[in-house]
Design a protein around this ligand. Structure first.
Ligand code: VG1
Ligand code: CO
Length: 553
């Protein structure tokens, strides 16, 4: 077969290749250093493994876009050539190769496509020495479930050839349709479908009035990552916030050298703007690919676990959720604050392993409306990814309707439900063998822990979390070590599945405080006894050589 387009001859090619080690997707797709992805055939092998296993993508429409990081454009050219050579009929590509993760999910769903390929390493730094990532999202719009990622991985281990097209690069910057081989490439506005969806869910008039009230000051920090154009269009243009409300709104290939992770450690400047005598009323930030969010009020930080609980308790105040919510789900390490709300509302509450892919079935089956993770991820059934701007708009809608500050809303929430104090301690780039050894050591301790006294706490249960999906019965094991105490406190240990250097040990700590008199204690201070238990039990210093965590959120 040879196809003529605009006088160009496009030859489908079959290229011989050999498998690479280690192409198993982690918590959220395959993430490696840019240098690894740039090896000849590396990206191609993984993409061909997607086409080889997800056979219904051929003959249909595929969405392609990424967070704009270094190597995004090159990877998209490779994927488009391979998609055409593999029989894909149409590709929808965000202009400039840009699609935030939630926007990609929105587009996959809205145009009833067969799925999408998202290029992102999310919060990991970018640039020539930074990280890159790729993941496949299914037709429902969400990250591929484990059965799919397992199949893709298995294919990468036996791959012998891939298909591509010998053709010039596609212009990604002009809206409109071009053809490569037998495939139409439609360059779409990356923002408009998503912005329209947001308008359908939230009371834009009420938020607009809040912005116009003259007494409300906010900033949104896009961290030089993908949400810049989305936030400018929605917050400044459509909602009428003052120009300059969006900080670092220009998306850069290396995120300006920063670490686009919206948390207390990496969004320090924004946090500082919500403190002091001239403090803002509201601050928010999003991550590299636009799916995470951080919410700050005046002198106040909303933990993501609390955010999920507050949104669940107040959802009826927002147009898109006026009918109430069906159920809530949280990842296992996320605090149990949302469970208390679900109980009062009389709706189901699910505890899933870490990673958004585990919410997909529950959302598709209509069992849950809202879901979230402690790692600054919140979302709903409007798409099948977590959604940073969505969470920010939800909070703005609540502030506009309740006419209260963030800290007043939180304080009231805690008075009504009690407060789940929560923190996460990360030990980054730890020696991988030492980290595995630490987890094995804990696993050995597990059977003897129940009933034991640790510090002031008595262990009620200790296990390695396993999950059976209530919809399709699939089972996921070894999802993190949980130690629950009689008091309701919890310590969770797990290793990150998104890092690219050594291992990252995450320790999640939580305790419940019903007494409003004690709701304003400092979290880290109040957490000290649990922190000590965790450090001693896991022998952290002896095994990792670290006496303090690198990041505390
Ligand atoms: C981390 C978070 C997890 C999140 C994942 C992807 O995974 O803990 O909750 O779903 O990142 O988020 P891990 O395995 O490193 O703990 V994103 O915004 O980086 O795509
Ligand atoms: Co992300």
């Amino acid at each position: 077969m040879s196809i003529h387009v605009k006088g160009l001859k496009m030859q489908p090619q079959v290229i011989a290749t050999t498998p690479f080690e280690g192409q198993r997707p982690g918590t959220s797709g395959l993430r490696k250093k840019v240098g690894v992805f740039r090896q000849p055939h590396y990206l191609e092998n993984f993409v061909q493994a997607i086409f080889d296993t997800q056979t219904d993508v051929a003959g249909g429409t595929l969405v392609v876009g990424g967070d704009g990081r270094y190597y995004n454009r090159e990877a998209i050219q490779t994927i488009l050539r391979m998609a055409a050579a593999n029989g894909v009929k149409r590709a929808l590509v965000g202009r400039g190769g840009i699609l935030s993760t939630p926007a990609a999910s929105c587009v996959i769903r809205k145009y009833r496509t067969r799925g999408g390929i998202i290029l992102s390493a999310s919060h990991n730094p970018g640039g020539p020495d930074g990280d890159f990532g790729i993941k496949f999202n299914i037709a429902a719009g969400g990250p591929a479930p484990e059965s799919v990622t397992d199949a893709i991985f298995a294919r990468t281990q036996t791959i012998r050839e891939y298909r591509t097209l010998d053709c010039p690069a596609t212009d990604l910057d002009e809206l409109g349709t071009v053809r490569i081989g037998d495939m139409d490439v439609e360059i779409i506005d990356p923002v408009s479908d998503y912005a329209e969806l947001m308008e359908s869910l939230f009371d834009f008039n009420a938020i607009h009035q809040l912005f116009n009230s003259g007494i409300f000051r906010m900033r949104f920090d896009a961290m030089h990552a993908v949400t810049g154009p989305y936030a400018k269009e929605i917050i400044e243009t459509r909602l009428g916030a003052a120009p300059g409300t969006v900080l670092n709104g220009e998306a850069l290939e290396d995120f300006g050298g920063g670490h686009p992770d919206p948390n207390l450690a990496h969004a320090k400047e924004l946090v500082a703007m919500t403190e002091g005598p001239d403090a803002l009323d509201f601050g928010a930030a999003s991550d590299g690919d636009g799916d995470r969010n951080m919410i700050l009020g005046k002198k106040c930080f909303v933990t993501p676990s609390d955010s999920l609980a507050v949104l669940a308790a107040n959802a009826h105040l927002v147009p898109g959720y006026r009918a109430g919510i069906r159920g809530v789900a949280r990842s296992m390490p996320t605090s149990q604050a949302a469970d208390r709300v679900a109980e009062q509302l009389g709706v189901e509450c699910f505890e899933t392993p870490t990673g958004w892919k585990f919410f997909g079935n529950l959302l598709d089956a209509g069992r849950i409306t809202l879901c979230g993770e402690e790692s600054f991820g919140t979302g709903s059934d409007h798409v099948r990814e977590k959604d940073g701007l969505w969470a920010v708009l939800f909070w703005l809608n609540l502030l506009a309707v309740r006419q209260q500050s963030v800290s007043e809303i939180l304080a009231e929430h805690w008075r009504r439900f009690g407060r789940n104090f929560y923190t996460r301690h990360d030990y980054e780039a730890v020696d991988a063998t030492a980290a595995e050894g630490l987890m094995d050591h804990l696993r050995i301790l597990l059977p003897g822990l129940a009933g034991r006294q640790l510090g002031e706490q008595t262990v009620r249960y200790a296990d390695d979390f396993a999950y059976t999906d209530p919809i399709d019965g699939s089972r996921s094991e070894r999802q993190g070590i949980r130690i629950g105490f009689e008091s309701g406190a919890r310590i969770v240990f797990r290793l990150s599945g998104t890092g690219t250097e050594g291992a990252t040990l995450r320790i999640y700590l939580e305790f419940f405080e019903p007494d409003p008199e004690r709701h304003l204690q400092d979290t880290q201070e109040a957490m000290q006894p649990l922190i000590l238990i965790a450090r001693e039990l896991a022998q952290i210093e002896a095994r990792t050589g670290r006496s303090e965590p690198d990041v505390v959120t």
